[in-house]
Design a protein around this ligand. Sequence first.
Ligand code: ATP
Length: 313
Amino acid sequence: MASLEIKDLKVHYPIEGGFLAGKKSHAAVDGISLFLEEGKNYGLVGESGSGKSTAGRAIVGLERITAGRIFYEGADVTATIGKRKAAHKRNVQMIFQDSSASLNPKKQIGQIVSEPLHNFEKLSRQEEKKRVLELLEMVGLQEDALRKYPHEFNGGQRQRIALARAVALRPKFVVADEPVSVLDLSVQAQVLNYMKRIQEEYKLSYLFISHDLGVVKQICDELAIMYRGRFVEYGDRQDIYLNPQHIYTKRLLSAIPNVDPTKRDWHKRLRREIESEYKQSMESFLATDGRVGDLIPLSETHRIAGEPPKGER
Ligand SMILES: Nc1ncnc2c1ncn2[C@@H]1O[C@H](COP(=O)(O)OP(=O)(O)OP(=O)(O)O)[C@@H](O)[C@H]1O
């Protein structure tokens, strides 16, 4: 069974003129480790700026790594940008948040989806076209899409095209960086359904990057919660939703919309409590130069995703 292992990954960006402030680099990703198994879905969750996208790009080889190693099926595939090993390139693909930027506007959909096949597989023209049509069909598009350009489709359709291209080589892992966050709710659900369907068909795994625990809940088996380049909590989806251990996780959970209206008051009060606990805890965190190990232990754990306490139902 295929696996992707990330060991102590660091991506530090140089700070321009940073020597004046006594700090030469900014740690966007500061030592994260993950072990991903084929067939399971993983969520990388955190607020804007926590380092999720940088981590995702580094994992697929689009970002220069400062330190750490990446192993695909046990083999070290850590490489500098543009020099990824073939197995890693084929088997670890990525889709991005902004499909209007990631799909070349000057190319027709047929060209876009066939590009990876063209680069990696020696198929006849006929075989290639057949495969592209299968891929388009899998994401709910017809043959007439072949000669159209990205701007002729809406955001949800474009994201489905990006998905078709990402899975053209039947990869084992797809890093999906906020793939639905700019879409309307109904379109989000549609794209997520296609993602699930493709996963069942191809037995692949997603590393799903999102700031929204509500979306991640629908697709991921395991979650890593990221804050300032590090993981503050990692574990099974159910454990994290029902029994979050970290104040930062609780805060993200408390921000999930769609609360049952009958429990709204309870939820509001809980949010207020969490905000005040969060402030104190994170002030100490920052005072200790942002080391996760220095976080103040939690006081009582609120069962956020579960039911309100008895007597408040
Ligand atoms: N190319 C870059 N050069 C310098 N700093 C960068 C670069 N890319 C990202 N950063 C910084 O690294 C940190 C992490 O950014 P990143 O985009 O990975 O976070 P994120 O959690 O994905 O946030 P978002 O959801 O807003 O994209 C941020 O402080 C960001 O400003």
